[in-house]
Each structure stands twice: as structure tokens, then as C-alpha cells.
Design a protein around this ligand. Sequence first.
Ligand SMILES: NC(=O)c1ccc[n+]([C@@H]2O[C@H](COP(=O)([O-])OP(=O)(O)OC[C@H]3O[C@@H](n4cnc5c(N)ncnc54)[C@H](OP(=O)(O)O)[C@@H]3O)[C@@H](O)[C@H]2O)c1
Length: 328
Amino acid sequence: MMKAIYFEHTGDAAEVLIYGDRDLPELAAGEVLVNLKASAVNPSDVKKRAGFQAPGFVDGFVIPHSDGAGVIEAVGADVSTERIGERVWVYQAQFQRHWGTAAQQIVLPSERAARLPEQASFEQGACAGIPMMTAHRCVNLDGGVKGQNVLITGASGRVGYYAVQLAKLAGAKVIGTAGSVERIKSIEEAGADLLLNYREDNIVDAVMDFTDGAGVDRIVDVEFGMNVQDSAQMLKVNGVITTYSSSKRPEPAIPFYPLMFKNIAVRTVLVYNMPEPAKQQAVNDINHALENKRLKHRIAQTYPLEQTAKAHQVIEQGGLDGCVVVKI
Ligand SMILES: NC(=O)c1ccc[n+]([C@@H]2O[C@H](COP(=O)([O-])OP(=O)(O)OC[C@H]3O[C@@H](n4cnc5c(N)ncnc54)[C@H](OP(=O)(O)O)[C@@H]3O)[C@@H](O)[C@H]2O)c1
């Protein structure tokens, strides 16, 4: 028996999230039992709890949150006992399963518990799953961005902030956008070569000027529907849009011919379903960056487990500078 946050019906955080006792499943072959220290809240956790997305289970309860970090307490058959005591960051914990990381413990497949380098805290490790892995995929698919011009919209967001840093580490020239002067100031440290205000600047003109008229090779986009008209103008021939969200315009009008005449590819990304080799590559590259302290992190707010509902509410309100972590 352990303390956990769970819900049995979808709805408002304050109404449906319960703090109480829950059992863990038996540790099976290939699995590890992790004593959790931190659990991160991401928009998809909040949307699943609110009922906007299929929660990935058919009946019963859900312990929310995909991402977390902790220490391996025990291992099932087929997992090396050398993993016992290892610091880990866990990802995809509550994807099509009942058990997420808003709990004192979790049992999950060994490969979903990646080694957490000693240079990173548990709170930082809890931001690796969705924000860093999504950013890694968007930056690195189709051969990566070395030597390329890359535009990262919403560089002020949890994913965007890591995308800027991972694109710089991969050798790109990076342009980032954010929605205010304050938000731009707050992300200067991420290292973009140019930062623009998407509410006030003429993004197309500024990007074309900055790239001497060439345009960008890739756009990592947080609001596909809002930006696709501009994207078609700013991308080079054979450019790529990698997009992980279109929440403000979920069914956008597509400028088909401007995209087609430039042979532009639109790659949608869902971090949960990205190919397993891409997940492994992301884990390796993220851990290399963590070990060498090459990434900056922003923990915007922390809450105790009992106050997980508040953590959901602040994610729903938006506008935060960074990750929201529940400490366990
Ligand atoms: N597909 C996936 O696998 C995946 C993975 C992670 C997240 N997501 C989704 O991606 C979205 C963002 O997640 P997050 O955790 O990064 O959220 P976040 O931290 O709240 O960031 C959202 C960002 O979007 C920016 N933004 C809003 N409208 C924009 C526009 N028209 N042009 C450019 N930027 C704009 C905001 O900029 P300002 O605040 O500066 O105005 C902010 O930086 C959510 O919908 C989430 O569910 C999807």
C-alpha cells in the first residue's frame, strides 16, 4: 500500500483528484519498482484528467503523470540486480496504463526507467520525459539540424526551451519566438541566436532578414494552425515542419500549394508513440547533455503530493516559466 493521487472520473482537478492509499501491481519480469522523489505535470496529464483526451484505460482508476524521477527499490526477473539503488528518470509511465508517477512508488518496464546522471537533480530528471524527449525528437528526426537554420516557435514553453538548447547542441543556428518582452528576457540564457516576439514582430520579415533571404530549413512548431501560413513563407525548398501541438487551431486551413511548391514536409510528433530507437537515442543524448551539464532547466513551481490539484490548475492557467513538479 502507498500514498498516491488518483482519479476515477474525469473533470476539474479540485473535484476529481483524490489523495489516498493505493496498491501497486506485482513486480513482473522485465519491470522495476521505483521509489519516486519527483513527479512532473505536463499539459497531456492535465488534459487526460479533464477528459479532453482518451485516458488510455477502460475502467477503474488512474494515477496521473507520465514523467518522474526516483531510485530503483527492486527489480523483476530478467532485470540486473545491479539496477537496485540506481537513480532514474521515468517516462511514459501513465500511457495506456493505470499507474502514473503521482505516487510514492511505481512499477514499470525497466526500459522506461533511464539512468539519472548524478549531475541532475530529481526535479530536473522529472522534466526529461515529455519536455526534453519531445524537443529531442522534433530537432533530430530526418537527419538532424547540424549547420541548419531552425525556427523554434514558443521557445518560452517547456518543450520549446529545451528545443532551443538541443538544436544549439546539435549545431544549428536558432531563432526562437515568445509572446512578450518579459518572456523573451526569461529565455535568453537558452542561447538562441535571435529571439522574436510573435505577438509584435513581423516574424516572416525578421526571419528572412536574419537568414539573408534564405529562410529556415526546419520549424519546430508549438502552434501549427496559427503559424502554418507564415511557415510556408519562411521555409526553404525541402524544408520541414516538426509540430507537436495545434491547440489554438486544432483543425487548421492548410496552404497546400505554397507547401507543395516548396516540397515541404509536415511531421507531426507524439512523444509517446515515437519509434523505440528514437526514444533510446533521445535518452542517450539527453543523458550525455545532463552528465556534461549542457542543459539549463527551469522549475517554475513545486508542490507536495497532497497538493497535486493545485499543480494541475497552474498548468491549465498557462504562462509559466518552466516545469511544474510534485515532490514526493
Ligand atoms: N505531441 C507531443 O508529444 C507533445 C509533447 C509535449 C507537449 N505537447 C503539447 O504542446 C503544447 C505546449 O506544451 P508545453 O508543455 O511546452 O506548454 P507551455 O510551457 O505552456 O508552452 C506553450 C508555448 O506556446 C507558445 N505559444 C502560444 N501561442 C503561440 C503562437 N501563436 N506562436 C508561437 N508560440 C506560441 C507560448 O508562448 P508565450 O507563453 O511566450 O506566449 C508558450 O511558450 C501543449 O498543447 C501540449 O499538450 C505535445
